[in-house]
Design a binder for this molecule. Sequence first.
Ligand code: GN1
Ligand code: MG
Length: 363
Amino acid sequence: MKDLNAIIDKFAITGTVEAVKPLGNGLINDTFVVRTKEADAPDYVLQRINHHIFTDVDGLQGNIEAVTRHIRRKLEAAGEADVDRKVLSFVKIKDGEKTYYFDGESYWRIMVFIPRAQTFEAVTPESSLDAGRAFGRFQAMLVDIPETLVETIPDFHNMELRLRQLREAVAADPKGRVAEVKWLLDELESRAEEMCKAERLGREGKLPKRICHCDTKVNNMMFDEDGKTVLCVIDLDTVMPSFIFSDFGDFMRTGANTGLEDDPNLDNVEFNMDIFKAFTTGYLSTAKEFLLPVEIENLPYAAALFPYMQTVRFLADYINGDTYYKIQYPEHNLVRSKAQFKLLQSVEKHTPEMKAYIESING
Ligand code: GN1
Ligand code: MG
């Protein structure tokens, strides 16, 4: 591992570094918490940006700076208290205006650590209600952002592209893994057309792209000490124009799963309607002001789309020989695919109930 202190020293932080320790369990970047000695200096979060995945680091940090600046202004204009805990702030390098540093090999950035906050791997109906409000508010605040954001991963949530990538992996079959997963490929192919509905609606000019978070996993939200009030959303690398289904769907995929994303025991994996109801209620309360009927009507489709897309992505990575997601054991991506597919099947069973609920609260 690099000399992290030398990297930190490139940034205009205040205080003296006391300790640097690994933080969190993201699948893409490497993250560390930087503790400072002085009581009045903040602690920090240091991250190595995975530039094999995010190839346009300058565009990526440009997005993040624009988004955090815009949100900060809105919070201040609304007279919110405690703004520093409700939006991330990134530290500039000592020589220049940039918020990232390239050491010749890796890209690094530092943000201020939000004190007295916590993240969770699971939510309750109570905390989902606030999570729904928070993601709805996040999208609502960004509806009028003046900057044009770049797609930090082009076509990130484009289902047609994800299917193409899966089919390419199947055709190449570099590890000879296709035969064993044929049944799952058939299941996915039988739903392919239905699942590409968003792209079709987009092409027909019926569905707009808006600024979305695009990685609304439960553990990308910071909760206050009470464990149920959301302070802010973090992990802003994928903030970009997308269909709003991205944020609704990915939260459902992680929050409303009664099991784990990679649960080896499929009996644990079911879609939790209480979480769906709570999150949807919260989300519509803050997002209703800008959502179109076609967006609201298709929220149950979004709940199915994301476990479907994640099955496709994990399975493609498994077939390709595990080149994208960090894995903990050889079959990990296959186990993840099966768990996501089980979740999809449970979502499908609940679709009529979801539709009825949305109609009942949407009047
Ligand atoms: C990745 O970095 P992390 O763990 O928050 C991935 C998401 C997937 C998720 C699956 C840039 O998110 O799209 O949904 O893993 N991020 C990227 O857990 O591919
Ligand atoms: Mg994350």
